[in-house]
Design a protein around this ligand. Structure first.
Ligand code: SF4
Length: 236
């Protein structure tokens, strides 16, 4: 096993990701996180949208004090910011909040108001993709809460894969989980969840781009409703 502070070049990271993706395909989530924490040490973090704290909880059990990255776009529901604050207060993690270069007011002045209605791809690029790219510079690997059952675009998510755009290892420890698995883990461990999940929201993003879903809809059907867009660019 490599030391946590090992410095690896891009080819080595890519090879590690591809090998681990095969080896860990059937492994439990905690084992996948254990591999990542042991392999990358402090250069491994978790990202969370604060819809729930399942992956943060799993990771904290493996490595207490782990960094949990949250993107504060300036457009979040109060419930989401409250969940972020609660996670920081009660869980053994270090919440790191990333913010865009421009405030919402500055973006409105530069691009006009409600850019999210006119060009959500640009809005996400400015408020999500760019800040995450900057924030991940300190890490070699990042964990997400992506699940294959969330949507067709996520159906082939590897448990460990190579993030070519960011040139980092991307870990999705609960990729094989179902929504029922998440519910069971939340109930068993009393994991913090966003109150909006009890109010008709299946997936929680920025307030202007998220609506409630109805029975039978995809988990992510409530995101960017009315637009062809299904992903914010973080996972595309
Ligand atoms: S989800 Fe909507 S408001 Fe949030 S960054 Fe993307 S387009 Fe902008």
């Amino acid at each position: 096993m490599s030391a946590p502070h090992t410095v690896r070049d891009t080819d080595a990271l890519r090879a590690l990701a591809e090998e681990a993706g095969r080896a860990l395909e059937d492994a439990p989530a905690r084992e996948i996180l254990r591999w990542a924490a042991d392999t990358f040490g402090p250069r491994f973090c978790v990202t969370s949208s604060m819809a729930d704290a399942v992956v943060a909880h799993l990771a904290a059990r493996v490595r207490p004090g782990i960094d949990v990255i949250f993107l504060d776009t300036g457009y979040h529901f109060p419930e989401t910011l409250g969940t972020r604050d609660a996670v920081a207060a009660v869980m053994d993690v270090r919440v790191v909040t990333l913010t865009p270069r421009q405030s919402v007011a500055e973006q409105d002045a530069a691009y006009g108001p409600r850019l999210h209605e006119r060009d959500p791809d640009l809005c996400c690029a400015l408020r999500k993709v760019a800040p995450l790219a900057n924030g991940l510079a300190a890490y070699d690997a990042w964990a997400t809460g992506l699940r294959r059952d969330e949507s067709a675009t996520r159906a082939r998510t590897p448990v460990v894969g190579w993030d070519e755009r960011r040139r980092k290892v991307k870990v999705s420890p609960i990729a094989r989980w179902t929504a029922a698995d998440v519910d069971a883990y939340v109930a068993e461990h009393g994991v913090l969840t966003n109150p909006l999940l009890m109010d008709g929201y299946a997936s929680v993003g920025c307030a202007p781009c998220t609506r409630r879903v109805t029975a039978g809809e995809d988990v992510r059907a409530g995101r960017w409703a009315g637009h062809a867009k299904t992903e914010c660019g973080l996972h595309g």
